[in-house]
Ligand binder design. Structure first.
Ligand code: G
Ligand code: G
Ligand code: MN
Length: 513
């Protein structure tokens, strides 16, 4: 059934689309928030590296001041007063742990070891001859240091900053951002070890900034998963909003699908897609049994349901007001199919089309019939409108005008299913009727039910007296045919003479005749 219960498949399809509608704003929103979070984290690490460089520059400034102060002493004897000056400089400047003097490659005097010991100075250790991040040697009392060297000819002053200050700074500047101080091949993280291995690459918001004043750089970044953690912490309200929007979009999507799959929408779609096609059933002359005409019966060529019978959709089409445009389309298609083959039709061939109460209030029916007739040579066919009555027709001015203009056009009127439904004798007078179509239930009663047969006989007699011609429908047996012919019925229709067939079969049957 194309209009009633949709299949399991279709329901699944609808849920899927609803889900997609709901997911779309959520996924889009999350993607936007993700990008936003990445930008925020990037800005945060950029800010942090700047602060770290400022802080480290400040430490090295102290080291550099001390070195500047003591450099003039380099090359001089390392006596108690020299050592005193070296120590005083260290105590007066924050972050500086020691100062010492070197001549050539010998460090010969230091604030903390005097002249008892001479240490070697390897200029290659110093990046740009200026800075060395030295790790502590295994099993040695020396701690990790950042050593600053100031040169003047063969002499140099060396000042050190304890790595404790460095790691502390790296740790305190930002709790979220991981920082690395890199001097040449060596680097120091907030964990405190100086390493010479490859510098780690940060997964998120990686940033790097070199000092403009000293030969070192600071690298910053965050570990994997930091963006999600940040989003969870920063955007809980936005997440709720996204879920709300998702539910809203899903609801709207579901509603739209329901609306568009409503029966009337389905009919409208089918009409636009030209899915309503004519079938043809022959009507034969009572006397000769030659084909005198054909009734056009609508079928719905549904894309998935196949051929649908009209009793399943005509009542709905009447109900939602689509029957008039549907009949218009049917007339149009019928003309397209038959007009090119009109030479196969006997002159005056009756083409019968079903109309309903709705058509009787719509003046456009006249124009539709006029256009239909224009497709054929004048006099080649006779158009008959069969009025079936599921709803009572209340004759109005429009109704009278329609029937009068139809008559002027030469269109004939038949009352369908006469003896059932609302049809009454007053119709015969009101609508200028030409034919009565005896309902098949009366025909089926022939030889079975004597009361129905009496009604049948009376209808035939009545129409004779009123000068109306009679069509009997639903003839399935030769006995029914013989009885009706004997009663003088003008036209016969039924499976005995031909079932409704598609245009192709109908035209080829015509050709054979
Ligand atoms: O063969 P069949 O199943 O075609 O017809 C079923 C019913 O549908 C009949 O009562 C017939 O009058 C009606 N019907 C068939 N085609 C049309 C049509 O084009 N318009 C209207 N209004 N009724 C039709
Ligand atoms: O109601 P109306 O006359 O428009 O519709 C004709 C209907 O009768 C169509 O559904 C058509 O298929 C059907 N029909 C035509 N001939 C016969 C017949 O011999 N026997 C039966 N049972 N139905 C018929
Ligand atoms: Mn009919």
């Amino acid at each position: 059934m194309p209009l009633a219960i949709k299949g399991h498949h279709q329901r699944q399809h609808r849920y899927l689309i609803t889900l997609l509608c709901a997911l779309l704003p959520i996924l889009l929103g999350v993607a936007i928030l993700y990008v936003q979070a990445e930008i925020s984290l990037g800005q945060s690490t950029a800010q942090t590296t700047k602060e770290a460089v400022r802080e480290l520059d400040l430490m090295l400034d102290n080291a550099s001041i001390v070195a500047k102060h003591v450099l003039p002493l380099a090359g001089q004897v390392c006596d108690a007063s020299t050592q005193q000056i070296l120590r005083e400089e260290v105590t007066q400047h924050p972050f500086v742990r020691s100062s010492s003097l070197a001549s050539g490659e010998n460090i010969y005097c230091g604030s903390h070891f005097g002249s008892k010991r001479v240490q070697r100075l390897n200029p290659a250790d110093y990046v740009n001859g200026q800075l060395w991040l030295r790790g502590s040697k295994p099993k040695s009392a020396d701690s990790s240091l950042l050593i600053y060297r100031l040169n003047s000819g063969d002499h140099s002053a060396l000042t050190t900053v304890n790595s404790y200050h460095l790691t502390n700074a790296l740790r305190l500047i930002s709790r979220e951002v991981d920082l690395i101080l890199q001097v040449g091949p060596n680097w120091l993280s907030s964990a405190g070890y100086i390493q010479a291995a490859a510098v780690p690459v940060f997964a998120v918001a990686s940033n790097s900034l070199a000092s403009t004043r000293y030969p070192y750089s600071v690298k910053a970044g965050m570990p994997e998963g930091e963006v999600w953690r940040y989003m969870k912490e920063q955007y809980p309200a936005l997440f709720c909003l996204l879920v709300f929007l998702g539910i809203l979009a899903g609801g709207v999507g579901y509603w739209f699908q329901k609306l568009s799959s409503a029966p009337s929408h389905e009919l409208q779609r089918a009409l636009d897609a030209n899915e309503f096609i004519p079938y043809f059933q022959p009507v034969v002359r009572g006397k000769t049994l030659e084909w005198a005409g054909a009734e056009v019966l609508m079928r719905w060529q549904h894309p998935t349901e196949g051929l649908v019978r009209p009793d399943l959709f005509i009542p709905l089409a009447e109900h939602c007001g689509l029957i008039v445009p549907m009949t218009r389309a049917l007339l149009h298609q019928t003309a397209l199919l038959l007009a090119p083959n009109q030479t196969l039709l006997p002159v005056g061939f009756h083409i019968t089309v079903n109309i309903t109460a709705h058509h009787c209030q719509d003046i456009n029916l006249v124009q539709d019939c006029r256009e239909f007739l224009c497709a054929f040579s004048p006099g080649q066919i006779t158009l008959v409108l069969e009025l079936t009555e599921r709803e009572l027709i209340t004759p109005s001015d429009v109704t009278h005008r329609i029937f009068q203009e139809l008559h002027e056009l030469g269109v004939m009127i038949a009352i369908d299913d006469f003896g059932t439904g609302h049809s009454s004798l007053s119709y015969l007078r009101d609508f200028n009727v030409d034919y009565l179509k005896i309902d098949k239930t009366f025909v089926a009663a022939i030889g079975v039910d004597s009361l129905s047969r009496h009604i049948l006989d009376s209808i035939i007699e009545l129409s004779e007296k009123l000068g109306l011609r009679v069509v009997a429908e639903g003839i399935e047996t030769p006995a029914q045919r013989d009885y009706l012919v004997a009663q003088g019925v003008d036209f016969l229709q039924g499976y005995l003479f031909g079932r409704p067939t598609n245009a192709e079969t109908f035209i080829s049957d015509l050709r054979e005749r």
